[in-house]
Design a protein around this ligand. Sequence first.
Ligand SMILES: CC(C)(COP(=O)(O)OP(=O)(O)OC[C@H]1O[C@@H](n2cnc3c(N)ncnc32)[C@H](O)[C@@H]1OP(=O)(O)O)[C@@H](O)C(=O)NCCC(=O)NCCS
Length: 152
Amino acid sequence: MNVIIRKMTAADVPAVSAIDRMSFTLPWPESAFHYEVTDNRMARCFVGETDERQIVAAVVSWVIIDELHVATIATHPDFRRRGIGKRILTEALQDGYKAGARRAFLEVRESNEAAQEMYRKFGFEATGRRPKYYKDNGEDAILMTLEPLEMK
Ligand SMILES: CC(C)(COP(=O)(O)OP(=O)(O)OC[C@H]1O[C@@H](n2cnc3c(N)ncnc32)[C@H](O)[C@@H]1OP(=O)(O)O)[C@@H](O)C(=O)NCCC(=O)NCCS
């Protein structure tokens, strides 16, 4: 199976939102993805698409001057552990670098070992904690930082 990473378009939003709902206990409203793709000039959004044109992963990041924030990233549950998460995050970081970002940040649930493991592979380090950040269960967020952000 071949997966390409490309820019997200408004037409991708229903599929992206479906992956989001399968991946998170607090999914974004579909309209939020639509806003990111069509209106938010800071947002940089990518999808992974199979050769059968199925959307299997998505990432939304925001670049604000020299900082990149990974707002959300997910791979369809049926397509995990095939390297797609690493590829789409690589795209987001490289694209952010080209746009001027030199540091990257994200928040991740304390219990989300899979995602933290992926981020550590990129050099992200835990640099802070946001107590009771997640409204569903009061879980803390771990703030992870990658600095300097470099082109690989
Ligand atoms: C985190 C997520 C995006 C990873 O996507 P993926 O396509 O499975 O990622 P990859 O196959 O590229 O794996 C990258 C690395 O992450 C780590 N990883 C991924 N899933 C893991 C798991 N279940 N357990 C432990 N480590 C895991 C591994 O280090 C892996 O590298 P390896 O396969 O070489 O060992 C995916 O698990 C997901 O969508 N989770 C739900 C949404 C989510 O939690 N997003 C992050 C919010 S901060």
